[in-house]
Ligand binder design. Structure first.
Ligand SMILES: *Cc1c(COP(=O)(O)O)cnc(C)c1O
Length: 473
C-alpha cells in the first residue's frame, strides 16, 4: 500500500463532526455543556488527529489514532475547559496581601452588597433625587473623601494612573513639571511616571540626583515655563544611605512663593495610620493635605482596600479644572466601582469598623495567634487526610503587603510547609495552579508554603482538600 493511500485510509477512518455529535456519551455531555463548546471541542480533537496522520506520513512513525473512548474523553475535557470562565476565583495562599496579579483588594462584605444591588437595577448614579434633575456621580464619594482626608474637594477616576494622567494633562499640558530624579519611578511593568507625564503633555523638568534632591534644586528649576511641582512617593522601593528628599511642607512653601501648585502622588494611600497598628508608616492623604499639597492622588484598591479607582483630593479650584477636562470622561469611574468605593469609604468613618471589616486591613493586622490557629487547623486537616503522602510542619516566615506598598516591610507570619513524599515542590505548585479553584502558593526550601494570612476562614477546609488532592494526582 502506498503512503498516500494509507493516509487517505486513516483520514477516512476519522468520524465526522456530526457522527461524533450523535455518539451517546457525547450527546450526554452536550446536555450539560453548551453545544457550541462541544462542537468546537470535536473540531479541535479531529484536527489533532489529522495532524497526527499528516506527521505520520512525512516521517515513518506508525500512526495510532486515539480510540473512540479516548476521543470522547478528550472532547468532554476540552468542552468543559472552553465553557469555563477564564477569569476565576483563586485561593491566595502566598501571603502577599495586595497582590496585583491576583486582583489586589478583596472587597468588604458591605461593598459587595452595594455592587450587587447597583449591578442588578437602576440607580441614582447621576440623578439628584432632592432637586429632581441631573446630578454628578462624584457626589456619592466626594463628601466622604473630604471628610476622611481633610481636603476641600475630591474627584474619583478609573485608577491612580488615570488620576496622575488627568492631573498633569489638566495643569501642565505643554508646560514643565518639576520632579526629583529620585522619584521618576516605575510602578508595575506598564506605569512609568516619566512616560505618563509625557503622554499627558507635560514636559519633564528633572531636578536633583537619584539619591539627593534639595529645595534649592527645585527653586533653581522654577521658570515661566513651570506649571506644577510634582512629588511622587517611591512606593515600591527605598533608597537608603546617603539620601535627601524634600518634604511636602517645604515644597508647599515654594509653591506658595511661586504660585505653582504642588501635586503629590502618594500611590497606595492609607486612610488610617498603620504605624499605630504595628506596621510602618505609609503616606496618608490627610497628612499631605495638612502639609500643604494642593492635590494628592492615590489608589482605591491598594491599602485602602476598595475597588480599582484613582482618587484625587485637594483644592477646589484645581479639582474643578480636572472635572472640566474632556479627558475626565475617558477615565471616569464606573458605577460598580463607585458603589463599592462609597461603601468602603463609609466603613472608614469609624476606624475600628474599617480595621474589622476591610479585608486588606484585617489581613494586615491579623494577630499572630489567629494565624497560628489557622495554620494548625490546616496542618491537622492535611495530616489527617494524607499523612502517607505529605509531610507537614509549621514554620516561621513573613507575609508581604504587596501592591507596591511598604516594600521593605515583612510581617511575621506562620507558614504551613508541605513536602510531598513522592512529588517535588514545583510539581505540587503546578498541580495546585490547575485545581478548581486554583491555589497560589510560594516555594521555600523545596517545599510549598501556605500563608494563612491571605486565606479566608471559610477557605481553609477547601484549601486543605485541594492540597491533599494535588498530592494524590
Ligand atoms: C500604584 C501606584 C500608581 C498606579 O496606581 P493604579 O491605581 O495601579 O493605577 C501610581 N503611582 C504610585 C506612586 C503608585 O504606587
Amino acid at each position: 500500500m502506498s503512503v498516500d493511500s494509507g493516509t487517505r485510509l486513516l483520514l477516512r477512518q476519522l468520524p465526522s463532526v456530526d457522527e461524533l455529535l450523535q455518539e451517546p456519551s457525547i450527546r450526554e455531555t452536550a446536555q450539560e455543556l453548551p453545544r457550541w463548546a462541544v462542537v468546537e471541542a470535536i473540531r479541535e480533537v479531529l484536527e489533532r488527529c489529522r495532524r497526527m496522520i499528516a506527521n505520520g506520513q512525512s516521517g515513518s512513525a506508525e500512526v495510532t489514532l486515539p480510540s473512540r473512548a479516548e476521543v470522547v474523553a478528550e472532547v468532554q475535557a476540552i468542552a468543559k475547559r472552553l465553557n469555563r470562565p477564564t477569569m476565576r476565583r483563586v485561593i491566595n495562599a502566598t501571603g502577599v496581601v495586595i497582590h496585583t496579579n491576583l486582583g489586589r483588594a478583596p472587597l468588604a462584605e458591605a461593598a459587595i452588597e452595594r455592587v450587587v444591588e447597583t449591578a442588578r437595577g437602576y440607580s441614582n448614579l447621576e440623578y439628584d433625587l432632592e432637586r429632581g434633575n441631573r446630578g454628578s456621580r462624584q457626589e456619592h464619594v466626594e463628601q466622604l473623601l473630604c471628610r476622611l482626608t481633610g481636603a476641600e474637594a475630591a474627584f474619583a477616576v478609573n485608577n491612580n494612573a488615570a488620576a496622575v494622567l488627568l492631573t498633569i494633562n489638566t495643569l501642565a499640558e505643554g508646560k514643565e513639571v518639576i520632579v526629583s530624579r529620585g522619584e521618576l519611578v516605575e510602578i508595575g511593568d506598564s506605569f512609568r511616571i516619566p512616560d505618563i507625564m509625557r503622554r499627558a503633555g507635560g514636559i519633564l523638568r528633572e531636578v536633583g540626583t537619584t539619591n539627593r534632591t534639595y529645595l534649592r534644586d527645585y527653586e533653581e528649576a522654577v521658570s515661566p515655563a513651570s506649571a506644577i511641582i510634582l512629588k511622587v512617593h517611591t512606593s515600591n522601593f527605598r533608597i537608603q544611605g546617603f539620601t535627601n528628599q524634600v518634604p511636602v511642607t517645604e515644597l508647599a512653601g515654594l509653591g506658595e512663593k511661586t504660585g505653582l501648585p504642588v501635586v503629590e502622588d502618594i500611590g497606595s494611600g492609607a486612610l488610617i495610620d498603620l504605624s499605630r497598628r504595628g506596621l510602618s508608616r505609609e503616606p496618608m492623604p490627610s497628612e499631605s493635605i495638612r502639609a500643604g499639597a494642593d492635590l494628592v492622588t492615590f489608589s482605591g484598591d491598594k491599602l485602602l482596600g476598595g475597588p480599582q479607582a484613582g482618587l484625587t483630593v485637594g483644592k477646589r479650584p484645581l479639582v474643578e479644572r480636572l472635572r472640566r477636562n474632556p479627558l475626565a470622561r475617558a477615565v471616569r469611574i464606573d458605577k460598580l466601582s463607585l458603589a463599592a468605593l462609597e461603601a468602603t469609604l463609609r466603613l472608614y468613618l469609624d476606624e475600628g469598623q474599617a480595621v474589622a471589616r476591610v479585608p486588606v486591613l484585617r489581613a494586615l493586622v491579623m494577630p499572630l495567634q489567629e494565624i497560628e490557629r489557622r495554620a494548625r487547623y490546616l496542618r491537622d486537616r492535611i495530616t489527617k487526610l494524607a499523612s502517607d503522602r505529605l509531610e507537614i510542619s509549621i514554620i516561621e516566615g513573613s507575609s508581604e503587603v504587596g501592591g507596591g506598598a511598604l516594600p521593605l516591610e515583612t510581617i511575621p507570619t506562620r507558614l504551613v510547609a508541605v513536602q510531598g513524599v513522592h512529588v517535588s515542590a514545583p510539581v505540587l505548585e503546578e498541580r495546585l495552579r490547575r485545581t478548581d479553584p486554583p491555589v497560589m502558593v510560594r516555594i521555600k526550601d523545596d517545599r510549598i508554603v501556605l500563608d494563612p494570612r491571605t486565606v479566608s476562614g471559610d477557605e481553609l477546609d477547601m484549601l486543605a482538600d485541594l492540597v491533599v488532592a494535588a498530592a494524590a494526582a
